[in-house]
Design a protein around this ligand. Sequence first.
Ligand code: IMP
Ligand code: MG
Length: 182
Amino acid sequence: MNVLISAVDIHVRVKQLARDITTDYYKQELIVIPVLNGAFVFASDLVRYVHNPKLTVSFIKVSSYQGQLSTGRVKFDLLPLAAIHNKPVLVVEDIVDTGRTCTELREALLVGMPASLKFCTLLDKPSRRLTPFHADYVGFEIPNKFVIGYGLDIDERYRQLPEIVTLDRNETVIGGNNGTTR
Ligand code: IMP
Ligand code: MG
């Protein structure tokens, strides 16, 4: 395991992103939607530095349809469709990899007719994209490596690490990600 992004560097970048979001949504009834499970650490740090008395938080849960991972079909629970009507919405993700999750999530949320819909991701792996997806706020662009920590998991483990760590392929002996949780 190698530290790719230290806890201090994450902290500095999260505060910068929060400052941008504060400015961009000044006085707006912003709905922040963290994507469970992976974004829970990032989102909880991020919102603490966004200054906006009208901000609300509503979680959604993403999981893959069992056995259909290669088709990229994903399932969304807790979609707050009625609540987002005519409101600005900011989705908070841990990582954009192939881009499939965010692309499908965008489609699903647009059904609720938000006033605006933007995406904030801590990590972006543009070299892995299968669907053209562009996040509006990106913490760090990273190379094509599997990473864990700061909310990101392998088989639900290591989410609690305070930094982002790379895992070599031959280190995945503790079990590959079965793709059922995000
Ligand atoms: P997508 O390929 O853009 O749809 O990415 C979907 C999900 O895959 C992310 O939300 C993560 O949960 C997971 N994922 C992608 N790359 C990594 C990684 O390097 N470490 C841990 N999880 C990852
Ligand atoms: Mg995951």
